[in-house]
Design a protein around this ligand. Structure first.
Ligand code: HAM
Length: 421
């Protein structure tokens, strides 16, 4: 029987890893610039955590969770995102970084959503996330948005559109939601069945519908931005002001409402217009009520997540080349089986000097060995034959420079190191 990776999942093969490492290194470099510290949390959590945080009426909780019972009948879910776990960990461990300083956390890893797989949408996918906890002011929002922007710029993703909005606070949203609901109910029959359901349970999510007929109906709909209370209005103005100073290009899009229920005030997405329906490379926002909601003290917070697959797809689509992984330094070629011991000694010496080296299997032809060197961009080859062993001098070939020098065993490492540094 032949097995396959489950639908919506995939293997990241060795040749693809240089792309993944490239993006991961950028992410790690940028979060370090902004002084974020890593948090690792479980792949599964109690189902209730996601129901309470992401929201019972969100698509994620309603339709997309991988839920299971353990042997004692407790119900868990594979994590569909990271923010709920960060909030849970913050509350559980009473984490802070000092009275005045916010706690800046980052994470990366696989997330799981049972959605219909297509290009850019998987059932297991990988996210980077950063969460800034403990600061209510607009500077934290702008900093988080700029951090995501910088990652995408450093990765070289072309034509990223950053869309920002404010979804208000529970106070100003209450009156707005009534007005929006009235507007939607008056036109109910013109909307798709999903929108009809959402207008009852979660009316702002109607703005997320991709159906052009529903979109048309929304052209005159009341907008949250026109109903912000003075404090939310001031916050949003400051976010925009700081982003301008940070030279982050954005547009205000009143239809950015996000698919998760925990947001307050700022909501944003990074999109491109060349990836079809799966056009969001990342998104996030402020979630001032979440930590208290999952059992902690009332604590303001703001964060973002980026989807790694979508960033890679964007680069591929626009044919942006990604630097290859550093290549193998030395390939050691014993011409016969009896020279393997000499090859091991040379490899050991090289590894002790932090020079990467690998032994060709004995009996491989010269031709296939040098083909391997070409394919893997190897810098040096060392050939071990009877003459070399007898004379104690080994043929070290600098493949890139097309030079060959005979060198004593105990000088090989320093000779190669001098060239590599
Ligand atoms: P999200 O918008 O649900 O937000 O996901 C963030 C990003 O993850 C998306 O923009 C997309 O790039 C990627 N993504 C989501 N689902 C899939 C999928 N099925 N396949 C491939 N990529 C996917 C969050 O997850 C929030 N936790 C963001 C946040 C952090 N808000 C505050 N802090």
């Amino acid at each position: 029987m032949k097995f396959q990776a489950p639908r919506g999942t995939y293997d990241i093969l060795p040749d693809d890893n240089s792309q993944w490492n490239f993006i991961e290194n950028i992410f790690k470099k940028v979060v370090k610039l902004y002084n974020y510290k890593e948090l690792r949390f479980p792949i599964f959590e109690s189902l209730e955590l996601f129901e309470r945080s992401v929201g019972k009426t969100s698509d994620i909780v309603e339709k997309e969770m991988y839920v299971f019972e353990d042997k004692k009948g407790r119900t868990f879910a594979l994590r569909p995102e990271g923010t709920a776990s960060v909030a849970r960990a913050y509350a559980e461990h009473s984490l802070t970084s000092g009275k005045r300083d916010p706690l800046r956390l980052f994470y990366q890893g696989p997330m799981f959503r049972y959605s219909r797989p297509q290009k850019g949408r998987y059932r297991q996918f990988y996210q980077f996330g950063a969460e800034c906890i403990g600061r209510p002011g607009a500077l934290a929002d702008a900093e988080i948005i700029a951090l995501g922007w910088k990652i995408l710029q450093e990765a070289g993703v072309p034509d990223v559109q950053l869309r920002i909005n404010s979804v208000g606070c529970p106070d100003c949203r209450k009156t707005y939601l009534k007005q929006l609901q009235n507007y939607l109910f008056d036109r109910k029959k013109n909307f798709c069945s999903l929108c009809q359901r959402r207008m009852k349970t979660n009316p702002m999510r109607v703005f997320d519908c991709k159906n052009p007929i529903c979109k048309d109906q929304l052209s005159d709909a009341p907008q949250m931005l026109d109903h912000l209370c003075p404090a939310c209005q001031e916050h949003f103005e400051s976010v925009k002001k700081y982003l301008n100073i940070m030279e982050v290009k954005f547009e205000v899009d009143p239809h950015i409402v996000r698919g998760l229920d925990y947001y307050t005030r700022t909501a944003f997405e990074y999109c491109v217009d060349y990836l079809g329906a799966q056009d969001a490379l990342g998104g996030g926002g402020r979630y001032d009520g979440l930590i208290e909601f999952v059992g902690g003290k009332s604590t303001p917070a703001v964060g973002l997540s980026l989807g790694i697959e979508r960033i890679l797809l964007a680069l591929e689509k626009r044919k942006i080349s990604i630097p290859q992984m550093p290549s193998l330094d030395v390939f050691i070629i014993p011409m016969e089986n009896k020279f393997i011991e000499n090859a091991i000694e040379i490899m050991n010496n090289l590894h002790n000097e932090n020079i990467s080296a690998q032994i060709a299997y004995a009996g491989a032809s010269m031709k296939s060995s040098f083909k391997f060197c070409d394919r893997n961009n190897v810098k040096f080859a060392i050939i071990i034959g009877a003459n070399e062993v007898e004379s104690g001098k080994y043929a070290v070939k600098n493949i890139h420079k097309r030079e060959q020098t005979n060198i004593k065993l105990n000088k090989i490492s320093s000779y190669i190191k001098a060239d590599l540094t």
